[in-house]
Write a protein that binds this ligand. Sequence first.
Ligand code: NAP
Length: 528
Amino acid sequence: MTESTFKLTYATMFNPPEELHRRYEDTLRNKKAQLGKNYGMIINGKERYSAEVFENRNPANTDEVLGVFQKGTRQDVEDAVQSAKTAQIKWKRIPWQERVAIIRKAADNIDKRIYELAVALSLEVGKNRMEALGDAAESADLMRYACDQMEANDGFIHRMGKDPLAGYDATNISMMLPYGVWLVISPFNFPCALTGGPAGAALVTGNSVIIKPASDTPWAPRIYVECLLEAGVPEGVVNYITGSGSEVGQTLVEHPFIDGITFTGSYDVGMRIYRSFSQWIYIRPVIMELGGKNAAIVSKNADLETAAIGIMRSAFGLQGQKCSACSRVFIEEEVYDDLVNLLVTLAEKITVGDPTRREIYMGPVINRNSYQDYQNYIDDLRKSGRILTGAKVFTEGDYAKGFFCAPTFVADLPLTHPLWQQEMFLPITTIAKVDSLDQAMTYTNQVKYGLTGGFYGTEEEAAWFFDNIEAGVVYANRPQGATTGAWPGFQPFGGWKASGATGKQAGGLNYLQQYMREQSRTLIRRIS
Ligand code: NAP
């Protein structure tokens, strides 16, 4: 396998070509020599600096300052919104084919800078190198998928039927048109894909965009914005503004010129934004991608080796900090002991440490709050359940300056315990024995979330699972990941219930239309 024949996705990432490692390591060396730069915001195509700044530190080594970023002000918000509003008027008039060409070029720019993006993602998020490369590659593929959808739908301009009018000729056209200024607020765990996917969709459909990244991870989104500008996205059509969610983010949400929002993040913040954005004289679109509490169900007929590897990968990939992470497992009693043994064996082989190192599977958790949450949850789980493995933080030697937590499986937690319901967003997964698949399904659906789900068993049982689970992205018999690893064009990704707002999933057939509104145009000509 060479790099040129290798297609990176979350399902293929386990055995990459050697060249990919070499190029990642070369870029890492290079970037490490230049850490700590001061990065501006980008408003109307210009760098913008603030009186107040914040540091972006490496969660694997908090002594390392990766970069210094700006605390945006109300004035910065105002200027970003005004420039986006002005610039959008020209952008929407550019033929859609030209917008497609620019966004495709931006996707190519991401590919060209993929190692730089991956290094930034490893250092600021704590992603291992393959997860980091995957995040960057996914953002490019999400943008390409949006371009493909524009083409497949002829720019969403369709000639409709002629109404049967005697003496007149009718031209009826349905056009999908952009809303205007679109706000993209992204989370820390996929700073590139979950900025690039929504922003790419908003831009190719003719909206202008304001990007507000998570404060823990502003670096990769900044490189992403450079890729857009270098591709020819005009000044003001894309703006990048940094600062805290509760100040800069909230000020943006409350601005009357914001025409639509894509928010990806936690349920609590998402609901607050949803309610706040609805305080207006008319209804504006809001796309929400929120949390998860994803379960895997294992039948007595399952291939247990496949189930174990799939569950382990989804429970502990990115330290359990994926919205799609497998945080609950329900196992039929006949195979419970055997599968638990396999899971514990696999978890104990997981390497934890500096995520830029080739052999490391799990890096640090994102910040001190998450590190403290892990320890608090473990204290509670120790009292209420039975720790099967993990349940410790690493503090010695190379671990001393980072937020390193052990992958943890917990059994015998009463099913009434609140941690069966709450998204912990950490490398902690709870496991329960069930009498039947029906019982497993009842527990699976008994949470407010409905993002992803996994199943291991016969194909007949899998059909039953697909029919009954209340979740947007569901997999059966998948060793690459029980509940994680969707890729644009292959698995449309989005949540039901408290995990999402619109039921139309990213990287799928129904997503792009959400960034446009329909205008029905009728022109009448008298013919007699
Ligand atoms: P978060 O705390 O909700 O923050 C998400 C974003 O919202 C950040 O950019 C944050 O900025 C901003 N923000 C916070 N308060 C705001 C406000 N009042 N107004 C406007 N913006 C505000 O989430 P996170 O910890 O970064 O990400 C983890 C969560 O995202 C998990 O719940 C996970 O399940 C979810 N997620 C869902 C999906 C999906 O596709 N369904 C994908 C990935 C992640 P600051 O960082 O400056 O506070």
